[in-house]
Design a protein around this ligand. Structure first.
Ligand SMILES: Nc1ncnc2c1ncn2[C@@H]1O[C@H](COP(=O)(O)OP(=O)(O)OP(=O)(O)O)[C@@H](O)[C@H]1O
Ligand SMILES: [Mg+2]
Length: 346
């Protein structure tokens, strides 16, 4: 597979302030549609969801979720299968009518000002919904048309995106002739065709190989560093842990946690240091006991649970000053998966 191009290798992706991205987005929209879009209230969050409820008949899929995603955030929207993530996203982008609640995109009410709200979002949906008979270049060009964007600039941007996502050689193929990973890349390219300041990705890396996943992470990080707000839904929790600044976890249509990734990880707080010593320990000295040491004689391993990273060096220093040789050191801390399972374990 060709290496994915950096955003900086092609035109049109220079870093911009969020206000200028939102304004440019709406200006393109108004030029194309001869309208006069309402200006985004400066400083409004990229997304605000208030007491969102979505029922399917008697079934409550989303049960009063409220959240705010600040401009420039890389926000993880996580939860087990059936938690209501895609339903919430569909409500945000206007694909599902809501039962009650309020949704604002950069301050635009997505019911009353749906045109502005929709214009500001790029969606990479969980399920493919491509026209099977269009070439993939036309998929991108038609998508731009939904926002009233057409002409040579759109065709040029489609080609830039095909290049960026390593799809140029397939530009004239139809969607069904792409591999799974190519379909994922096309989905992302389509989400970006109108340069949205808010990108919503519903499981963008499902079924993607490790190499492409790492490349997509780099592209998403770069896009976010250049000012795009990103909301990411994924079941790969290490992916969310490494990419997201803030995370909401939902279950059964309800919010169960929303915090910075660092604070969520600190909730469990169990970091463990394991040190294997070369010469057997006769007894745990008072100094080591004070650091919480437990000794396992058969493996000659000392274990320090709940240790702060700053205490690692002094602990190893203490062992050396007591005359022990250090054969192996392991430091593990809670992962987002541990925190997630604590919160949603059923
Ligand atoms: N059109 C629909 N009609 C009836 N029920 C639906 C409909 N769409 C979704 N649901 C139900 O709403 C609940 C939430 O579904 P949703 O697709 O939002 O979950 P999700 O969090 O995206 O899960 P996954 O991780 O599996 O994608 C599920 O119980 C699902 O069966
Ligand atoms: Mg889903």
């Amino acid at each position: 597979m060709p290496r994915l191009a950096s955003w900086f290798e092609t035109d049109g992706f220079a870093p911009r302030s969020m206000d200028s991205m939102v304004k440019a987005s709406l200006d393109r929209c108004s030029v194309a549609q001869n309208g006069s879009p309402e200006r985004s209230p400066s400083g409004a969050p990229a997304l605000r969801v208030e007491r969102l409820v979505k029922r399917y008949g008697d079934f409550v899929a989303v049960d009063g979720i409220s959240l705010a995603v600040e401009r420039g955030d890389f926000f993880g929207f996580l939860g087990p299968n059936g938690a209501g993530k895609t339903t919430t996203i569909n409500a945000v982008v206007g694909l599902a009518t809501i039962t009650s609640g309020k949704i604002e995109v950069f301050g635009h009410d997505n019911a009353r000002q749906w045109r502005e709200a929709r214009r500001l979002i790029g969606l990479s949906p969980q399920e493919y919904n491509f026209d099977r008979y269009l070439s993939i270049r036309d998929v991108l060009i038609y998508q731009a048309g939904y926002y009233g964007l057409r002409g040579p600039a759109v065709r040029a941007r489609a080609d830039v995106l095909l290049d960026k996502f390593g799809l140029t050689s397939k530009a004239n193929e139809t969607f069904i002739r792409l591999s799974g990973g190519m379909k994922r890349r096309l989905t992302l390219a389509r989400a970006l065709i109108h340069e949205p300041p808010l990108l919503i990705l519903d499981e963008p890396t499902a079924g993607v190989d490790v190499e492409l996943r790492i490349e997509l992470w780099a592209l998403l990080r770069e896009l976010n560093a250049n000012g795009t707000t990103i909301i990411l839904t994924t079941h790969y929790l290490e992916e969310a842990e490494s990419l997201c600044k803030n995370i909401a976890i939902i279950e059964g249509g309800r919010l169960v946690a929303m915090d910075s990734t660092a604070k969520l990880l600190a909730r469990r707080g169990s970091a463990t240091l394991r040190v294997t010593v070369g010469n057997p320990l006769q007894a745990v000295s008072p100094a080591l006991a004070a650091r919480g040491a437990r000794y396992d004689a058969p493996t000659r391993t000392l274990q320090f649970e709940g240790i702060a990273p700053s205490a690692i060096a002094p602990t190893l220093g203490e062992l050396q000053s007591e005359g022990y040789t250090i054969e192996d050191v392991q430091f593990t801390r809670s992962s987002l998966q541990d925190v997630f399972l604590d919160l949603v374990r059923r």
